[in-house]
Write a protein that binds this ligand. Structure first.
Ligand code: SAM
Length: 219
C-alpha cells in the first residue's frame, strides 16, 4: 500500500478542540492519536492535501483483506504499508489484524509511539521505520513495480497478474480516499494498470489481484 492515509495528528492542528476532545476520550495525548477525518474533519481544513489524509480505516480494510488470503498465510505474499508521511510498516508473515476497528486503532497508535508491536512471546508483529517508497522498493529488491490506478492502461486483473509473473513483483495500491499517486510514486512504476472501467476501493483491487495470483499459482 502506498501513500496510506495513516498518520498521527500533525503538530499544527494538535490544539484544535476536535482533536483534544477525541484524545480525551481515548485517554491519549493529542499527538499520539491517529488523524481521522470522521472525528477531525473541522480541524483538517487547513492541512496540505487534506483530501488524501486521515483515513486509517482504508488501511484497516485493506490489511484485513490481504492478510486473510491463502497467498499471505502460505508465506507467498509480503505486505508493506508506505504512509503519507514516509513511514514504512513491515507486516510479519502470518499476522492477523484485529477485526475491530477500535482495537486496530489502538495497535496503530502504539506502533507510531513505540515503532514496534510484539506478541506476548516477544515476536515482532509490526515494525515501523522512516523511509520512502523508493527506498522500500530498493531494499526489497523488487524486479517489477506495478502501479494500480483508475487512470492506468485498462486490463483485467487476470491479465495484469499474468503479464507480471515474476518472483519479486510489487503491486502498489493507493491507500488513500481521493486523488492520485504523487509524481514521486508514479516514477517508480514499470507500468500502471486499471482493472475496471471506473474507480474501485483499495480493498476491492487487492482482493481481485490476489485472487488471480492464487489462481496462477494454482492455490
Ligand atoms: C479509492 S482509490 C483512490 C482514488 C483514485 N482517484 C483512483 O481511482 O485510483 C484507492 C486505490 O485503489 C486503486 N484503484 C482504484 N480504482 C482502480 C482501478 N479501476 N484499477 C486499478 N486500481 C484502482 C488505486 O491503487 C487507488 O490508488
Amino acid at each position: 500500500m502506498a501513500e496510506a492515509a495513516l498518520e498521527t495528528v500533525p503538530a499544527q492542528i494538535a490544539d484544535h478542540p476536535a482533536i483534544a476532545s477525541r484524545a480525551r476520550k481515548l485517554g491519549l495525548k493529542a499527538s499520539e492519536t491517529l488523524l481521522d477525518r470522521s472525528y477531525h474533519h473541522a480541524a483538517m481544513k487547513g492541512l496540505p492535501e487534506s483530501w488524501k489524509r486521515g483515513r486509517p480505516d482504508i488501511v484497516h480494510f485493506a490489511l484485513m483483506e490481504a492478510l486473510a488470503t491463502p497467498l499471505f498465510t502460505s508465506g507467498d505474499l509480503d505486505v508493506y504499508v508506505h504512509t503519507y508521511g514516509n513511514k514504512i510498516i513491515t507486516v510479519a508473515g502470518g499476522l492477523r489484524i484485529p477485526k475491530s476497528y477500535f482495537r486496530f486503532e489502538g495497535v496503530m497508535a502504539s506502533l507510531f509511539r513505540d515503532r514496534t508491536v510484539k506478541s506476548d512471546d516477544g515476536k515482532k508483529l509490526l515494525e515501523m521505520h522512516d523511509g520512502t517508497l523508493e527506498e522500500l522498493v530498493h531494499d526489497i529488491e523488487a524486479e517489477r513495480v506495478v502501479g494500480l490506478s483508475s487512470s492506468g492502461v485498462q486490463l483485467s486483473a487476470e491479465q495484469v497478474v499474468a503479464k507480471n509473473n515474476t518472483d519479486r513483483c510489487v503491486f502498489v495500491i493507493g491507500a488513500f480516499p481521493k486523488g492520485h499517486f504523487s509524481e514521486k510514486t508514479t516514477q517508480l512504476f514499470s507500468c500502471t494498470y486499471s482493472i475496471h472501467d471506473s474507480g474501485l476501493e483499495a480493498h476491492v483491487v487487492i482482493a481481485r489481484l490476489l485472487y488471480d495470483c492464487e489462481r496462477l499459482a494454482r492455490m
